[in-house]
Ligand binder design. Structure first.
Ligand SMILES: Cc1ncc(COP(=O)(O)O)c(C=O)c1O
Length: 369
């Protein structure tokens, strides 16, 4: 090969889509199983005659998002998915070799984004249940650190930050370090103790701290992973800085039209209903599995500790049995969750009939030996 990639490029794992056997439901990518909300197709179709033009109704879309968060439009930036904004952030503030502190395990897209920009990811082990270790994260900040990047709730565990932890992170992250809170799954949270940056700053009564960037996406709750649209909330000066690094008029017109529809009253109501259904279904799955594991323990058989997830997914920390459980679920339940070798299995909540088969498949596997 004659083309030479930068050295860090070798460390980026090539993304390979999982092969889906026939008749097996996909529960491995944390996508929504639901079709787009009512009215979305029409909102997008109305933009099609304008596809010869650059841009779109970006100002209107930004205003809609800002209103939903009680902020102003100059505190919002759009991207082609939240990963696009995260990459922009890393590329904008990190010189080669600067450090981005994050937990591990977490969303692996962060590592690729660091390597793509020559930044060095510094990973801090999570607690045993997959929650962020805030003491260790703060202690990992050095002179080279430019960003502390956290998924909240974390993935694949679904464990959220508590209000006390969030307050500490905001208070103790040095001003020169960006605290980037990736709240991709926050709308699914039901834990009373879970705390998030977006609602903390809703209402505009307080200024957004200059070093806090909150990232949100329409890929999860709004179910538009294929449209690629996400956004960040941050202080106006930070949004202005990030805008410089984004290709001019960088989000496509169809995505912008979708944002406007999703953040209309009609859109927000529909999305809320869907998110509530998924969160309730996740709780049903977890509760049923926990009950069955209790019974398994009474019978003296091994059990799976099911920690409460606040994401759109269930986390089964089965350690080195992860791939065996995944294979069993494909064969016996006809669902494909994601196996994290040596750690566990993450199952995205999908249609109830598949979730029922997942529950039966896990119970059967956990109690048969
Ligand atoms: C924690 C987290 N952040 C961001 C993303 C990517 O979101 P987007 O589709 O908005 O780029 C994902 C995708 O699964 C994710 O798990």
């Amino acid at each position: 090969m004659t083309v030479r990639f930068r050295a860090a490029h070798d460390q980026i794992a090539l993304f390979e889509r999982a092969q889906l056997p026939d008749g097996v439901a996909r529960a491995c990518f944390n996508e929504s199983h639901l079709p787009p909300i009512d009215g979305l197709a029409d909102a997008i179709a109305a933009e099609i005659p304008h596809l010869n033009e650059y841009g779109g109704r970006t100002d209107a879309a930004l205003a809609h998002i800002a209103r939903a968060h009680g902020r102003t439009a100059d505190e919002v930036i759009l991207g082609s998915g939240s990963m696009d904004v995260i990459r922009t952030l890393i590329g904008s503030v990190c010189e080669a070799g600067d450090e981005v502190v994050t937990s591990w395990r977490t969303f692996e897209g962060y590592l690729a984004a660091c390597h793509a920009h020559g930044a060095t990811p510094v990973t801090v082990p999570t607690d045993a249940d997959g929650a962020h270790d805030v003491d260790a994260l703060l202690a990992a900040i050095t002179e080279r650190t430019r960003i502390l990047l956290l998924a909240n709730p974390n993935t694949p565990s679904g464990r959220p930050l508590t209000r006390e932890q969030l307050d500490r992170l905001i208070a103790e992250t040095p001003d020169r370090v960006v605290l980037a809170l990736d709240e991709a799954f926050s709308e699914f949270a039901t834990s009373p103790r879970a705390a998030f940056g977006a609602p903390l700053f809703t209402g505009g009564g307080t200024d957004l701290p200059e070093n806090v960037v909150v990232l949100r996406t329409l890929s999860k709750g709004a179910g538009l992973a294929g449209l690629r649209v996400g956004y960040a909330l941050a202080a106006p000066a930070v949004i202005a800085g990030l805008s410089k690094s984004r290709a001019q008029l960088g989000v496509d017109r169809l995505a912008v039209a979708a944002v406007e529809h999703c953040f209309s009253r009609e859109g927000l109501d529909q999305i809320e209903d869907r998110v509530m259904w998924i969160a309730a279904e996740r709780q049903r799955i977890e509760r049923t599995l926990r009950d069955r594991m209790e019974r398994a323990e009474i019978d003296g058989r091994p059990r799976i500790d099911i920690v409460h997830s606040d994401g759109s997914f269930v986390w089964l920390p089965v350690g080195d049995r992860a791939e065996a459980l995944r294979d069993h679920l494909v064969d016996a339940a006809r669902v494909l969750p994601r196996a994290y070798a040596g750690e566990g299995v993450r199952y995205t909540v999908i249609e109830a009939e598949h979730n029922d088969r997942f529950i039966d498949g896990v119970s059967e596997w956990a109690t048969r030996r």
